[in-house]
Design a protein around this ligand. Structure first.
Ligand code: ADP
Ligand code: TRP
Length: 321
């Protein structure tokens, strides 16, 4: 079984990325042949600062390795080190209906907000399809917001197979229900673009302030809260703490007597402990960038060999060879 996922180098890793995509991906490296990459080509659709891209790319590499990606078990690489995906993206684009891309939410959301959209953003799902198909991937672990992209990939692959004969493996998205949509500090989906994130790595004081600043309602501590399971801090605590601790706080809030301040303090402490090992590992890796770069270079060599085979199959089947 081949497992593949990618993440854009578009800013600091947050709890949504971690629980929605990174942790499931890391767990899956035990279950099959896993390929994980940093989607630097994709980041070009909305980040236009070269230095920032370089920095973010290194940050994602450090984040992923610190959180447990094991280069002995997974192939870890930079998307643009396998330029074959851009060629495959072209082949796929010729069978991708405009109407399919017009439904794409990343493009639709941005144009609805009046943000100028470029062709790369419009064609984003085609490049993503190439990323997935070029490695004969079976399973794509992602958060719920990426489901549509994986469905588009399936549509495009089926079309290509129908037109040119069996070429691609049809992939399946894998979305964990319990972490499909991690809420941010304002209750909406946690996302870099909404400014409601809780980062995994960063300054302790600033992160404590963010968590203590999560907005709550004005009910008094003594009041019972029958809707305790909807409380944002409870929801986040349940992701981070043991089931026992999570349900204990939920029950105390429901019964009345637990103040929101104490709840948020518990959230911060559990969160800070949860990532203590990853934080130490990240500091160690930051002092050893040669190692990090060698992991990516080695991953690129392995990924490229796999990609070249599938691209050749596609080129043959569509008559380029
Ligand atoms: P952002 O919305 O912050 O820009 P990305 O789009 O870069 O995040 O997402 C990277 C990965 O993390 C994707 O697989 C995505 O589905 C997952 N992800 C992002 N935010 C969340 C969230 N709030 N809940 C669950 N998964 C998420
Ligand atoms: N679009 C994904 C995101 O923003 C990143 C990505 C690019 C990806 N190519 C992929 C994810 C292929 C899974 C498979 O999060």
């Amino acid at each position: 079984m081949r497992i593949l996922s990618g993440i854009q180098p578009s800013g600091a890793l947050h709890l949504g990325n971690y629980f929605g995509m990174m942790r499931p991906a890391i767990e899956l490296q035990e279950k099959g042949e896993a390929l994980y990459f940093i989607a630097d080509y994709h980041s070009m659709t909305s980040l236009f600062d070269a230095e920032q891209r370089r920095k973010n790319t290194l940050d994602v590499a450090l984040d992923f390795l610190a959180c447990g990606l094991d280069p002995k078990k997974s192939i870890f690489f930079k998307q643009s080190d396998v330029p074959e995906v851009t060629e495959l993206s072209w082949l796929l684009s010729t069978l991708t209906p405009m109407s399919l891309l017009e439904k794409g939410h990343s493009f639709k959301d941005k144009s609805a907000k009046g943000i100028p959209v470029n062709h790369g953003l419009f064609a984003y799902p085609v490049l993503m399809a190439a990323d997935i198909l070029i490695y004969d991937s079976n399973i794509v672990p992602v958060g719920r917001d990426q489901k549509q992209h994986v469905e588009m990939t399936r549509d495009i692959a089926i079309k290509f197979n129908e037109q040119y004969g069996r070429t691609f493996v049809i992939p399946e998205p894998q979305i964990r229900d319990e972490v499909a949509l991690v809420p941010g500090t304002d209750g909406q989906k946690m996302s870099k673009s909404y400014g409601n994130t809780i980062e995994i790595f960063g300054d302790e004081k600033a992160l404590r302030k963010k968590i203590m600043g999560i907005q709550m309602d004005s009910r008094q501590p003594a009041e019972p809260k029958p809707d305790a399971e909807k409380n944002l801090a409870v929801q986040l605590l349940k992701l981070i703490a043991s089931t026992k601790v999570g349900t204990d706080f939920e029950n105390r809030l429901r019964a009345g007597g637990l103040g929101y301040g104490d709840l948020k303090k518990a959230l911060f402490e559990n969160y800070w402990n949860y990532f203590a090992d990853a934080r130490a590992k990240r500091a160690e890796l930051s002092a050893n960038l040669d190692y990090v770069n060698s992991v990516l270079a080695d991953g690129a060599t392995k990924a490229r060999a796999l990609a070249q085979k599938v691209l050749k199959r596609a080129r043959k089947n569509c008559g380029l060879e």
